[in-house]
Ligand binder design. Structure first.
Ligand code: GAP
Length: 440
């Protein structure tokens, strides 16, 4: 079965190709339904991929919810009453303008100048190859019920609407007051016509979003918009993304989503060009207004429709960009220079030899002890060099080797991923040493 599966590379070579190969080889990202030939725009995360992705989400939640007093969390359903999508404007306006090649019927996004001109080069002798741009709705329909006629609903096209429809529930069940935010992480689905570049544009993906509610005031809301722009930039930098590869790109009015008063994209310079990985949107009163929701300010004794400043990031895009940005070649050595907080495993424990019971027992004790506080992996196969090589490729910051000397003095060798340096350390100091770095 051929589903015209995207190789994930879209013609780009170099770092992208290497990271795609590494992602598969080491168990970060696999093509969805691969044994049936794949399924375009769907991806699965392997044993280390799920750890990396969970760590991205955990760090986001920590900084957006736990470290703040003015944000609470939510986890809304993926499928909602279809009326939500009617009111939110998505059934009418959640569209992508596409042009179709009259020669080979390939469709590309009209606004993607690079793809348009690349395709024109494949039909050098033909002129006027494009149809007029047509719009395609991105919502994914689902049919519910066991008897005909089935009820039509939608997989959510953005996780956001679940927050708005729970605005009153959150207010009534907490003591929170404006200005405040509701944070959410969850899956969204879009009928993307041109998925590609590994997980960059898929049909099933995850978003991490904050909807921050403010009083309707131009100046104050602009201040909040700028505040969140900076906060989000700081977050990516704090987790190690190269600042030179980050920039903001403001949306021109005609490119703004139907709900946005104004908007900017946080972009990363990927091997396939500057690409959005988070949108910061001023949604005004568009959504709460459409759903007929208001806020009662008890102190000022007035009622109004709040305005919304939104930060909307893609978990899969962030994960992909953390992978790309951390990919490092140093001579023959390849390693992922992931921030230890994001690394799938914090520590790998190695008994020097796999067939010496005394070494294995000592190493097991170290492994079990460290495992109480952090995610640790175990490797007893092959020689130590090969084990370092494998851990480098998945970004494990520290490898701990238990050798014959350890049996005498309870000291182990700790090898640092980035410098390759090795130092001896007492077993009872290990946990504090790693945790100290991880908590910074
Ligand atoms: N609630 C606003 C909203 O959904 P968006 O700019 O359409 O805004 C926000 O999407 C983020 O979601 C994007 O910056 C991107 O990181 C991620 N995203 C959107 N479509 C995606 C897709 N097809 N595949 C992967 N990630 C996607």
């Amino acid at each position: 079965m051929d589903h015209n599966v995207d190789t994930g590379v879209n013609g780009h070579t170099g770092v992208m190709e290497k990271v795609v190969a590494l992602a598969k080889r080491r168990g970060f990202i696999f093509q969805g339904s691969e044994i049936y030939g794949g399924y375009q725009g769907f991806w699965d995360y392997g044993p280390v991929g799920v750890e990396l992705k969970n760590n991205v989400k955990r760090e986001w939640w920590k900084s957006m919810v736990y470290q703040r007093e003015d944000v609470v969390g939510l986890d809304a359903a993926i499928i909602m009453n279809p009326e939500v999508w009617e009111k939110s404007g998505h059934l009418k306006a959640f569209t992508d303008p596409l042009v179709e090649c009259k020669v080979c019927n390939k469709r590309v996004r009209a606004e993607n100048e690079e793809a348009v001109s690349a395709h024109e080069k494949t039909h050098k002798d033909e002129k006027d190859i494009w149809t007029e741009a047509k719009t395609f709705n991105l919502m994914t329909e689902v049919l519910l019920g066991t008897t005909e006629p089935k009820e039509k609903s939608y997989l959510r096209g953005e996780i956001t609407q679940g927050v708005f429809v729970n605005f009153k529930n959150v207010l009534d069940s907490t003591r929170i007051k404006i200005p405040f935010g509701i944070a959410q992480i969850g899956k969204a689905f879009r009928n993307e016509i041109t998925p590609g570049n590994l997980t960059f544009r898929s049909r099933e993906f995850e978003q991490m979003e904050l909807e921050f509610f403010v009083a309707p005031d131009e100046k104050e809301s602009e201040k909040t918009f700028n505040y969140w722009k900076e906060e989000r930039l700081k977050w990516y930098k704090s987790l190690g993304i190269n600042p030179e590869k980050l920039r903001f790109h403001d949306h021109e009015p005609e490119k703004r989503a139907h709900y946005a008063k104004y908007a900017t994209d946080l972009e990363y310079e990927a091997p396939f060009g500057w690409s959005e990985f988070e949108g910061i949107h001023h949604r005004g009163d568009f959504d709460l207004g459409n759903h007929g929701l208001k806020y009662r300010d008890e102190i000022e004794n007035k009622e109004y429709t709040p305005w919304v400043i939104e930060t909307s990031g893609g978990v899969d895009r962030a994960t992909l960009f953390f992978l790309l940005d951390s990919y490092t070649e140093d001579g023959d050595r390849v390693y992922l220079k992931l921030n230890p907080k994001l690394a799938p495993y914090k520590v790998a424990v190695f008994p020097l030899l796999a067939n010496k019971e005394t070494l294995l027992e000592k190493a097991r004790n170290v492994y079990n002890d460290l495992k109480k506080n952090m995610v640790v992996t175990w490797d007893a196969r092959g020689n130590i060099g090969k084990r370092y090589f494998a851990q480098d490729e998945i970004g494990t910051p520290w490898c701990v080797t238990i050798d014959f000397q350890t049996l005498e003095d309870s000291n182990v060798t700790v090898r640092d991923r980035d410098t390759g340096k090795q130092e001896r350390m007492a077993i009872d100091k290990l946990s504090d040493y790693f945790q100290n770095i991880l908590s910074k």
